[in-house]
Design a protein around this ligand. Sequence first.
Ligand SMILES: [Zn+2]
Length: 252
Amino acid sequence: MRQSYSVHNYQALMHRWKTLLVGCDLYLQEISVLDDFPLFEIRTHCQGKEGLPSLYISAGIHGDEPASSWALLQWVGKNKKLFQKLSAILYPCLNPWGMVNNTRSNQSGQDMNRIWDDADSELTRAILPRLHGLSFDLSLTLHEDYDANGIYLYEPYLGGRNDLVASEILRAGKKFLPIDRRKRIEGRICKQGIIRPRLSNLPEDGIPEAIYLVRNHGRRHFTIETPSEENFVQRVNAQQEMIDCAIKQIIK
Ligand SMILES: [Zn+2]
């Protein structure tokens, strides 16, 4: 992807989506207004059909992590055919005000990744009813981190032995950016770029989207992170590769 636009231009992002989805098996719908910006959802035409693999991806819940939103756009652009046989819900940018203002929180200063236990927040009021009764084979939440020195991911620990999917995802992203070398990230142990938080050990300041998804809509989840101080195009490419790998590993 060439960087010929402002990465914080929400209107440009959504314009690119609208163009991309013409003639595609996905449709875009405005589902709410957040801080005076329209909030969009994208679904496959066959969304909810039984027997099809099912997928949830969201990006841009933190407005200063723009590569997440552009990577999702790039990945869908390269994989349009996949959506003929996939039940999917995508949220291209969950914090448009934050994106435009290049800030983590929303206009009221709220971290929207800590409000998923509050059904009355503006964002959850819009999203939670949309997910009612759905279960996903895989959910991905896309993030960036300005302290990171490379890519890493969270995979909630659900008991038993872990498979190698998390390592494969990082191996795919490594084509563009190295794996974060830190041994601890946000107070949690990180092994070769993988953090496996227990569901009993949650952030004290509120429930993240990932935990809400794992508790209510299917247990297979990855939160993907790229280092937001690195080159933008490399970050988008790394995210794109990691999304692609996660989906190929889980949804075959
Ligand atoms: Zn984030």
